[in-house]
Each structure stands twice: as structure tokens, then as C-alpha cells.
Design a protein. Structure first.
Length: 368
């Protein structure tokens, strides 16, 4: 009995030490920062909240049951049979680019946006696993990227949607922080960046509906229906968001992670129409559909935001749910055709011209 208690005690101490000392867990808000967050309509009773009261907190037994189901359920075709091979892009092509606004997809929800002479990274997650440690998660679907991260040119701005591991990655931030001029995040997320050595002067935190000018571009932090947290005791301690990026000639929407809700229509009415909407479509389940919309809802959300075309994201990167890896794209394509909304599905690394309405994309994911 004493031996069992000793083992349990050692495990508890080890877990607490790991979560408090391992750097990838990031930083925490100070008391004075929390006082400032109280000015936000989203911050109530010490936590950030959705407009609707979701997600509901699961009982500990339910969390254990869900974790057991996830790690023991074998999903046929849950990941590609072989690593996804991205299209390659030359570093000089990126460094010297002066053409019309374009995007390069790195898989999952990560992009390089080249617009108005600026290089902007969106949710740059270049890690091998969506977890605090390489041993705690499944490897991403693509070992290689369209360009080596070290070969990226100077980055004018980085935009993060929230602090989950598949969007905000410690090692990725270390690789890009010294070549990045400025970071834009929802409220509280900047604490992770400062914990990793980014100067506070290079970070702008924003609340929902706040706008800021970045040269000739406008960034708007817009709502999402999701949640946050990187550790055992900091759930909902930072805000989550979607983003609007507007230039003189282009208008782009990035959904971040979100369940389907009324905010899409509100964003469309305030800032639409959009030339391109990057819409979450993957890692869903009926058990958590309030925070990750289903593929059919992705297509409808594209209509709600008044998108001229949508691109499904949050798929083809990691296995974080119990659906087949191609299920998102197959289902959203079918619904988009039914709703008569233009959908594009480029390969990882393929050039995406923001205002292009001509290019067609093959079903590259088939038979992989």
C-alpha cells in the first residue's frame, strides 16, 4: 500500500513538474493583466467565454473515457498511407515575389500570405506533433514543407488564432521569432510568446471586433466559437478568434477553429464579401461539434461570411479526431456543390492566388 502511494505521489510530482517547467506550455497571465481583460465582454469570472455557453465542462470520468476512446479506437484510413509530399517553392521565388496577393499552404491551418509587398504567416505550426512533447502525439502527415522554415525571408507579421498546440507551437516560434517584425494575437496569447523570448514591443493583443492598421493592410480580430488552454489549469485563460485581412484590392477571412454559430453571418455583414475564406473543416465529432464544425456547416459558413470562394483547412495535417483523413474534403465538396459555392482544394505548397477564379485543382488526396 505504501509503495503504491509512493508511486502515485512520484507520478503526480513528475506531472506537475513537467507542466510547470517544460517551456512549450508557455506563459500565464498576471493579476494586472486579468484586471485589464475585464474590459473585454468575453472575459467573465476569470475566464474567456463564448457568446453561447460552450463547450460544456466534461466530468473527469468523461474526459478519461474520451481519451481512452481516442487512443484505442483504430480508424481505417485515419491517416495517409504514406507521407504527403508538398509542392516545393524556391526561396528566391518567395523573397523576390512582387505579384498579386497569394497564399502558400503548409498543411492543417498554416499559411504564408504574400500581399501588398509583405510576408505574413498565419498560425505557423511547423512542429512534428500537435502536443507539448514529441512523444505525446502522432506525427503530422507531411515531414517536409514547401520550403524549409530556415529559408523563409524576413516575416513582416505573424497572426495567431488561439493557443492550442496544432496552431501555436513552441519550436516553430523559436525558429521564426528573430526574423519576425511583429506578432498579432487574441488577448492573452502574447504571454506564451514573451515566455519564449519574444519582446513585448513586438506583440499586439486584440479583442474581438478590434481593428488595427499594418501599413496599407487592415487586420480585424473577429469572433470564433472555441476554447483555449495549454496546461492542466489554464483552460479559457486566453481568447480565441478568427481574422479578417484587408488590403486595397483583396479581402481575406481566416476562420481559426470554430463551431458553427451566428458570428459567421455577423462577420459577413460587417466585412464581407471575401475574395477567399479559409474555413475550418476537420478534427470534428458530434461530441464536440460546438467547437469544431462539421463539413456541411463549413460550406454553409462560407455562404454566411459572403465568400466568393472557400478553402477547407484544419485537415491534411494531423489526426486529432476519429474520422478518415479524407472525410472532411469529400463531405465539404459535396455540400459546397449543393449550395453552389466555389470551393478550392490546392495541394500543400501549391500557389493560391487570392482573387483567382479560373484555376482548377485536381483531387490530389485520392489513392494516398
Amino acid at each position: 500500500m505504501i509503495t503504491t502511494l509512493a508511486i502515485i505521489g512520484i507520478l503526480v510530482i513528475a506531472i506537475l513538474a513537467f507542466t510547470n517547467l517544460y517551456p512549450s506550455f508557455g506563459g500565464n497571465s498576471t493579476k494586472s493583466q486579468k484586471v485589464g481583460y475585464e474590459q473585454s465582454q468575453q472575459f467573465k469570472e476569470g475566464k474567456f467565454r463564448n457568446v453561447k455557453p460552450v463547450p460544456e465542462d466534461l466530468a473527469f470520468s468523461d474526459k478519461l473515457s474520451l481519451a481512452y476512446t481516442f487512443f484505442t479506437t483504430k480508424v481505417p484510413n485515419g491517416r495517409p498511407k504514406a507521407d504527403l509530399i508538398p509542392q516545393k517553392i524556391d526561396s528566391t521565388d518567395i523573397a523576390d515575389y512582387s505579384g498579386e496577393a497569394r497564399m502558400i499552404w503548409f498543411g492543417h491551418s498554416s499559411f504564408l500570405l504574400q500581399i501588398d509587398g509583405k510576408n505574413i504567416l498565419i498560425d505557423p505550426m511547423f512542429g512534428t506533433v500537435a502536443a507539448p512533447h514529441p512523444l505525446l502525439g502522432e506525427k503530422r502527415f507531411n515531414k517536409e514543407f514547401p520550403i524549409a522554415i530556415e529559408q523563409l525571408p524576413q516575416i513582416d507579421a505573424v497572426i495567431f488564432s488561439h493557443d492550442h498546440y496544432d496552431h501555436l507551437d513552441y519550436e516553430s516560434v523559436l525558429k521564426i521569432k528573430d526574423k519576425t517584425n511583429h506578432f498579432y494575437t487574441p488577448l492573452g496569447v502574447g504571454n506564451h510568446l514573451t515566455a519564449w523570448g519574444v519582446s513585448e514591443s513586438k506583440i499586439t493583443e486584440m479583442d474581438w471586433w478590434q481593428e488595427t492598421q499594418f501599413g496599407n493592410l487592415k487586420f480585424v480580430c473577429t469572433p470564433a466559437q472555441h476554447f483555449s488552454g495549454r496546461g492542466l489549469n489554464n483552460a479559457q485563460s486566453t481568447l480565441w478568434s478568427s481574422w479578417v485581412i484587408t488590403s486595397e484590392n483583396e479581402n481575406i477571412f481566416f476562420s481559426g477553429d470554430s463551431g458553427y454559430a451566428d458570428h459567421f453571418k455577423e462577420i459577413g455583414e460587417k466585412y464581407g464579401p471575401f475574395d477567399l475564406a479559409l474555413m475550418e473543416c476537420g478534427q470534428y465529432n458530434q461530441m464536440w461539434s460546438d467547437i469544431h464544425m462539421m463539413p456541411e456547416e463549413t460550406a454553409q459558413a462560407g455562404i454566411d461570411v459572403k465568400a466568393k470562394k472557400i478553402m477547407p483547412i484544419h485537415w491534411a495535417g494531423f489526426k486529432l479526431a476519429l474520422h478518415e483523413w479524407t472525410d472532411p474534403i469529400i463531405r465539404v465538396e459535396a455540400k459546397a456543390a449543393e449550395l453552389n459555392i466555389n470551393l478550392i482544394s490546392p495541394q500543400i505548397g501549391q500557389e493560391i492566388l487570392v482573387k483567382d477564379s479560373v484555376t482548377t485543382y485536381p483531387n490530389w488526396w485520392q489513392n494516398i
